[in-house]
Design a protein around this ligand. Structure first.
Ligand code: CS2
Length: 487
């Protein structure tokens, strides 16, 4: 097992922290210690900790869920002194393996809620970061407001000093911080949302307003919420995947991790209580983050979702396999070229056509073995976040809408839960109710248009467009995905 002591005898092909891990003190509290966090923010923090005078930026991870996997994760991180290995694999198969020392503890919030609150109120904590998924911010896409109606949020509002949700924890932590006179901090979203900082402000201040208007005003003034674009493909790692990674590294890591070699983080420099020297380790600071966010989300994440929906219907498991289907490749390419790029503003110095080529090459990296099911999970939330502007542009004017209509059909066929050969697709749709899942599974070609996946553009759906979507669904069922793709 990986431990502090093991760092002295790492295999030659594995790099270890060049700093003394035991001397690192925490400055960041991170909610949602998933693979993406460990390969992205964790990666940058690990780099920063190796610089002079930066050892006060260790991360304490917080897990909010209880039960099986989450409990085991907490135990495993603790057993390994928070250490884990990251294997970065380039498209040519070249691997770079490193043990990361950035995660200094992992607290399981349902077991130790007071510990989490104390950390948030601690003066040493300067940044609260999070990866809680696109749907996790609990924002109503139609009104843009925080939804206080959710039962878990209602529970927290009824007893705000004993929170269970991230909103409850952060806001109660900030209340204690204000009381202790410790000043504000930075709440930093690392999720794929357009304007993730603005959305976070809406969510946390929105929740706080329902608790205490003064506190909400204090948070609004003393806490910063930088917007950011985050990017790195980080597949899920199965039990066999773990064994393979360990075989390659020669380590005995309970939580080994895999990512591509590409990484990018573009963020606004708005940190209320200071920040690590991220600019020295490749993070790009800009006040024009919006163009980067739009390009990344509307190009990478949207096409990821399209090809994953197609892959699920085709019974293909891996992203590179789906893209190896020439017609899918051509379709994704034309959606990007014809529907997305013309409606985007390019970030400074970025050629969007080249950006597209890079994306398609990254998706084709077979060494990632990235899972279609990972990307197709929570498709309902993702479609709203990743597709809305593109769909609106296509439906709202005189443009050719055939491809966008087809994407909607693909999504609905996915949510129906049956592959084109009739196999069962196991959906992971945490934000759909039983009733909504039933509607999705029904054979009514139009009924599912009422699902929240369509919230961002439902107002533009004319009976004619609905008919086109129903027709595309029919074609998918009759001819299969490959034959029916409008390329
Ligand atoms: C994927 C992302 O889950 C998804 O929807 O598109 O996890 C993607 O791999 C990352 O955003 C890449 O930066």
């Amino acid at each position: 097992m990986l431990t502090y002591d093991g760092l002295k005898t790492l295999p030659k092909t594995v790099a270890g922290p060049s700093y003394d891990v035991r001397k690192v003190t925490p400055g960041i509290v991170h909610f949602g210690v998933g693979n993406f966090f460990r390969a992205h923010l964790g990666y940058y923090v690990d780099r920063v900790l190796a610089l002079p005078d930066q050892q006060n930026w260790g991360v304490i991870g917080v897990g909010l869920r209880s039960g099986g996997q989450s409990d085991r994760k907490a135990e495993e991180f603790r057993a390994q002194d928070g250490l884990y290995s990251l294997t970065e694999i380039a498209a040519n198969g070249k691997a770079d393996i490193r043990v990361m020392g950035c995660l200094r503890d992992y607290v399981h919030a349902p077991d130790e809620p007071e510990k989490v609150l104390a950390l948030l109120a601690d003066k040493a904590t300067k940044i609260v970061s999070m990866t809680i998924t696109e749907g996790g911010y609990n924002i109503d896409e139609t009104t843009g407001e925080f939804r206080t109606s959710l039962p878990t949020v209602q529970d927290d509002l009824a007893d705000p000093k004993n929170p269970k949700t991230i909103f409850g924890f952060v806001v109660e932590g900030l209340r204690r911080r204000r009381e202790a006179g410790h000043g504000g901090l930075t709440v930093m979203s690392c999720d794929n949302l357009r304007h993730n900082g603005d959305v976070s402000r809406k969510a946390f201040v929105g929740y706080a307003r329902a608790v205490d208007a003064d506190l909400a005003a204090w948070i609004d003034q003393n806490v910063t919420f930088p917007n950011a674009m985050v990017d790195r493909i980080t597949p899920s790692v199965s039990a066999e995947g773990k064994a393979e990674l360990n075989k390659r590294s020669g380590l005995d890591d309970l939580q080994p991790l895999l990512s591509e070699d590409f990484i990018q983080w573009v963020i606004e420099d708005k940190f209320a209580a200071g920040r690590p020297a991220f600019e020295k380790v490749g993070v790009e600071f800009t006040d024009q983050v919006s163009a980067y966010e739009h390009a990344k989300i509307r190009m990478l994440n949207s096409s990821h979702l399209i090809l994953s929906a197609a892959g699920m219907l085709l019974d293909l498991k891996l992203v590179d396999e789906v893209l190896a289907e020439k017609r899918v490749h051509k379709f994704v390419d034309s959606v990007l070229e014809k529907d997305v790029i013309p409606t985007l503003k390019a970030p400074p110095g970025v050629d969007l056509h080249k950006y597209k080529e890079t994306l398609l090459t990254r998706f084709s990296n077979a060494a990632m073995a990235d899972q279609v099911a990972r990307i197709a999970s929570d498709a309902t939330s993702k479609a709203q976040v990743f597709w809305t502007e593109t769909v609106r542009a296509a439906l709202g004017g005189e443009r050719d809408r055939s491809r966008v209509v087809y994407c909607m059909a693909l999504l609905l066929e996915l949510l129906r839960g049956r592959s084109e050969k009739g196999g069962k697709i196991t959906l992971h749709e945490p934000f759909l109710s039983e009733e909504q899942l039933k509607i999705a599974a029904s054979d009514d070609l139009k009924a599912s248009i009422g699902l929240p996946a369509f919230d961002g553009w439902r107002d533009l759906l004319t009976p004619e467009i609905e008919q086109e979507v129903a027709h595309a669904r029919e074609l998918i069922r009759k001819e299969g995905v490959l034959a029916s793709l409008p390329v």
